[in-house]
Design a binder for this molecule. Structure first.
Ligand SMILES: Cc1cc2nc3c(=O)[nH]c(=O)nc-3n(C[C@H](O)[C@H](O)[C@H](O)COP(=O)(O)O)c2cc1C
Length: 195
């Protein structure tokens, strides 16, 4: 079967961020699977201007745009900041619109507490729905992330591996099904080039 392109977006630019460990670890797990091609995008590497916003500046980020046009789905790795999402993550997501339509999105929630980012994921669902993305129903949560990885990013809790497999299985199913739909079921969103 054709490979699915499923980029991963790390949603915080905080210097001491622990979320980088689950993001990098998950990319490694995805790279082990023959049906997935992936690439890590990091909001810290987007030079977002202070004085402009949204689709008008998407031309400043051609690699991101090309990746989302080619993508079959997206993984968003996000920490929970005061029960919400980091501002830079929202700013990066808001760069594009039609590029996302009828593609799958899966969430990885990260927190230092017991809840593993469940509240930030719920907060993001309404946003990604407006972007035209279709949300999977298997999240991957990393509660107490500081105890789940060591300082070098080595996974300390092997139970995560099974949960990640189920999370990726669901994302692959959704992504493949939507890919078939985009290619075979007529929709005004899939006619002509995305400008
Ligand atoms: C501004 C800010 C707000 C935070 N708010 C929450 C929160 O609402 N719930 C929570 O579980 N953890 C919260 N945390 C702690 C994070 O869960 C913790 O930093 C964890 O390591 C994931 O975020 P990181 O990738 O920035 O490290 C907050 C951290 C910051 C910096």
């Amino acid at each position: 079967m054709e490979k699915l392109f499923l980029p991963v977006l790390l949603g915080t630019n905080r210097k001491q961020r622990n979320s980088i460990h689950p993001a990098k670890w998950l990319v490694g797990e995805m790279e082990k699977r023959s049906e997935i091609e992936t690439r890590l995008f990091d909001v810290a590497e987007f030079a977002l201007p202070q004085d402009d916003y949204g689709q008008e500046i998407k031309h400043l980020f051609p690699e991101w745009r090309d990746a989302i046009i080619r993508a079959d789905g997206l993984v968003i790795v996000t920490p929970e900041y005061n029960h919400g999402y980091p501002g830079p993550l929202k700013a990066v997501l808001d760069l594009l619109l039609r590029e996302y339509v009828h593609k799958a999105v899966a969430f990885v929630g990260v927190s230092a507490t017991l809840w593993g980012g469940t509240r930030v994921i719920e907060a993001l669902v309404t946003t990604v729905r407006e972007l035209g993305l279709a949300v999977t129903f298997s999240d991957l949560n990393f509660p107490k992330v500081q105890n789940t990885f060591d300082a070098e990013g080595k996974l300390l809790d092997p139970a995560v591996e099974k949960r990640a497999r189920g999370f990726l299985d669901e994302l692959v199913w959704m992504s493949r099904t939507l890919k078939w739909g985009r290619e075979n079921v007529p929709s005004k969103f899939h006619q002509g080039p995305i400008v």
